[in-house]
Design a protein around this ligand. Sequence first.
Ligand code: HEM
Length: 538
Amino acid sequence: SGPEVYTATGEHLDADPTVRAQKGSRLTNAQGIRLYDTDHSLKAGERGPVLLQDHHLREKITHFDHERIPERVVHARGAAAHGVFRGYGTASQVCKAAFLGKDVETPVFVRFSTVLGNRGSADTVRDTRGFATKFYTSEGVFDLVGNNIPVFFIQDAIKFPDVVHAAKPHPDREIPQAQSAHDTFWDFVSLHTEATHHTLWNMSDRGIPRSYRTMEGFGVHTFRLVDAEGGTTLVKFHWKPKLGVHSMMWEEAQITNGVDPDFHRRDLADAIEAGAFPEWELGIQTFPDTPEQTFQGIDLLDPTKIVPEEWAPVQPIGLLALTANPSNFFAETEQVAFHPGHLVPGVDITDDPLLAGRLFSYIDTQITRLGGPNFAQIPVNRTHAPVNDMLRDGLHQSAVHSGVAPYQPNSLDGGCPFFAGAGEGAYVETPVTVERASKVRESPASFADHTSHPRRFYLSLSAVEREHVIAAYTFELSKCYEDAVKQRNLRVLADIDPGLCAGVAAGLGLPAPEPSAPLADVEPSPALSQLGHTWPTD
Ligand code: HEM
């Protein structure tokens, strides 16, 4: 057995050597050597030169020099909380995941974020919000890495660097630091019309939530649930806030940005500290898992499209409550690493090409951000299920593995561990048939419609919500320097709704173009309006 380790206050550290507190009388250096002074460098005489041999000085400053890690390439600014998820058992017919069982309680960690601002940016900007949940289930970690907007700017992950480069501040002047109002973003979305639906949501009140506590969350992609018999159902995940969906007025958001740039993180932390635990119901829209993977003509693999809730009601399957603030922002909120591929038995992916790229991207970026491949060992990322892997060594390895045979098959460490089958709790991929097909760099024809869904969204809004959308487009586009960019965006809006286009054109003092094609004949979906948002009712 190794040496006994104690904290500065004398507590035994064998349970969790990662916990360190700075209180107590016995301040030590990192090697546990007790210090008699941490305020003065070692010098040759009181007024003489500082000595290179002062290890305490060098250790203290060297460690400080390396305190910063890269911020997330997107979603850098966030706030998080611990909580618990309780399954209702209502999903058990379509999903065998243990954490969805009736009254099963699962610890969770949830991180909310803006997308485009840096770590020090303001909270109440117009932007998409991240809504990422880590479920520490008995079967391993499940991450639901969603947003507060149910669609995305792009249909294929290969466009992610393009959309993010366009939306981040201009490379020359690093303006604007805020999320929108710039030529590169509006240039891109006017040329890349599959972004229209997401952009319209951003320009609506959804772009400036009142609070993280009053946001919906969406898994965006269609996922595949698997039941105990191997039957499959396609689903879209929804988080519905118990407090209802609320936004800020643009003017409120501007003032709040100045008065309290930490407004959303303060609101979340204060509410939890006061015992007003925010709650969301998790719900699913379910669709038959047909070979076409469409529902009433909507391609379920296209992340720029949604299925109206009137056509496929959201069915509640569990309740999330956030009950505790992190005790250390860096250790938890900053170092948490979500991944859409962290799945448990019963939840599987579909062939949405945007999701495919995400499955690659998150672990790749986290190897840089968290300094090597061992970030699953960081406390906030640790699974609560037993781990018996053969991953070894690497930067920041903190486990001391025993045995000599981290390979399979082996005869030296007592042979191979038992391999479970699907019926015994193993994660087994759904045997979806993949047709033999030519390799292509093309989208299906069903991905070509970029107007009918944004049109439905706009037509579903109340009059006051539409006014806000017109005002938002007018403000943002008025900040563009290039007239051609403004005009091209008006052409995009003409294909969504003539009233929207005319309103923005009038605000910009430009002529309103005609639609390029007959407008889609779509029924509004009242559930898309915040004012028409009625669920949950209790
Ligand atoms: C981070 C959601 C698309 C790459 C995040 C976060 C969320 C999120 C919530 C923040 C996680 C946290 O709080 O730590 C989404 C959603 C998407 C989407 C809902 C579309 C449906 C993509 C795509 C890519 C991507 C297509 C790349 C191909 C990243 C990266 C991070 C990130 C690199 C930073 C992760 C980290 O440093 O830990 N995303 N994202 N995302 N996302 Fe996405």
